[in-house]
Design a protein around this ligand. Structure first.
Ligand code: ADP
Ligand code: MG
Length: 317
């Protein structure tokens, strides 16, 4: 059973009191004064999401960053967070650095920590985040339409490349590793981009499990298909030389932990999207389009379809 079948079968129930329940990057709750509350929670488990000896400052950053990324994907302004910690012992040096990493990023986004829970146990970090979005303005997974362009921010695959190196599946030079390691250890949530896409994008998701898997969620929710051009994907100079190999392709299309946004915008509004990179200092790349049908076809320059075995990270497959 896949992670997503599991959630659908056991934990997806009608929630008529919510604007949007299980199934998107965050839930939406009406809070009056024309606003909705976007709420999401993400857990980081030692050994699964990070190595037990991970740098605590960077871990504090990443624990909040992955949650901010879900706010970005909804076009929500992040406001409040709850932090639940299980730890084997209270190591003060570790806690000082972890909280510094957490609060440094929180301050950059105006997020306040308002509560949480602390208990002894195997290291486990869980943040619940809340943000605000004007009623009806959230970027959801179910709004893509045939004729939309598909866009992605930043570059894809560097975090997966760095992880492959750390896991010994791949040998990078020291210089190459240090250029892709920040993508893995210190992802930058695209909050400003999410806000800029309100009223522009038809749909959005953050790329946490790999482009194919996450774009796949948009396609499923929107009952649409997509055509993607492999050579159009934004790939860093570090990953570029490995693209001909299966591992390189895997990083680009199915690597997790990118925390970029993938979003769709009607082709008629392309010019508006093209103005955003200058304003935000963040590259945006048009990688394909939404079509009628289902599923995502990734094409090589000669038009042939590139087949990928599995299409993203799934905790239970
Ligand atoms: P993301 O990668 O954006 O954080 P997930 O893939 O973790 O999203 O989750 C997909 C959807 O399923 C989200 O709406 C999430 O809130 C919901 N979900 C995940 N696990 C559970 C659970 N145990 N109970 C209820 N809803 C869940
Ligand atoms: Mg998400």
């Amino acid at each position: 059973m896949s992670e997503f079948d599991l959630i659908r079968r056991y934990f997806t129930r009608a929630a008529p009191g919510a604007v949007l329940g299980v199934g998107d990057d965050a839930a939406l709750l009406r809070i009056g004064n024309g606003m909705e509350l976007a709420v999401s929670t993400d857990m980081l488990v030692s050994g699964t999401h990070f190595l037990p000896d991970a740098d605590p400052f960077l871990l504090g950053h990443k624990t909040l960053a992955v949650n901010l990324s879900d706010m970005a994907a909804m076009g929500a302004q992040p406001r409040w967070a709850l932090l639940s910690l299980a730890m084997p012992q209270a190591d003060e040096a570790w806690l000082q650095q972890f909280s510094d990493g957490f609060f440094t990023l929180a301050a950059q986004h105006g997020v306040e920590l308002i509560g949480g829970d602390t208990t002894r146990g195997p290291l486990n970090l869980c943040v619940t985040i809340m943000g605000e979005v004007p009623q009806g303005a959230a970027l959801r997974r179910d709004g893509a339409q045939a004729g939309d362009d598909v866009w992605v921010s930043g570059s894809l695959g560097d975090a997966a490349l760095a992880l492959a190196h750390l896991q010994g599946k791949f040998q990078l030079s020291a210089a190459d590793f240090s250029s892709c390691a920040p993508a893995l250890h210190q992802p930058q949530p695209r909050v400003a981009l999410g806000l800029a896409l309100r009223g522009v994008a038809h749909s959005a998701i953050d790329v946490s499990d790999g482009l194919l898997a996450d774009l796949g969620h948009i396609l499923e929710c929107s009952k649409a298909g997509a055509e993607i051009l492999f050579t159009a994907l934004p790939i860093s100079r570090t990953l570029q030389p490995y693209l001909a190999q299966p591992l390189g392709k895997h990083c680009a299309l199915a690597g997790g932990d990118d925390y970029e946004l993938c979003f769709t915008v009607p082709a008629s509004r392309r010019a508006e999207v093209e103005k955003i990179p200058v304003k935000l200092g963040l590259p945006l790349t048009r990688i394909g389009s939404i079509v009628a049908g289902s599923g995502c076809a990734v094409r090589a320059a000669d038009g042939s379809v590139i087949n990928m075995g599995e299409s993203g990270y799934d905790h239970f497959r």
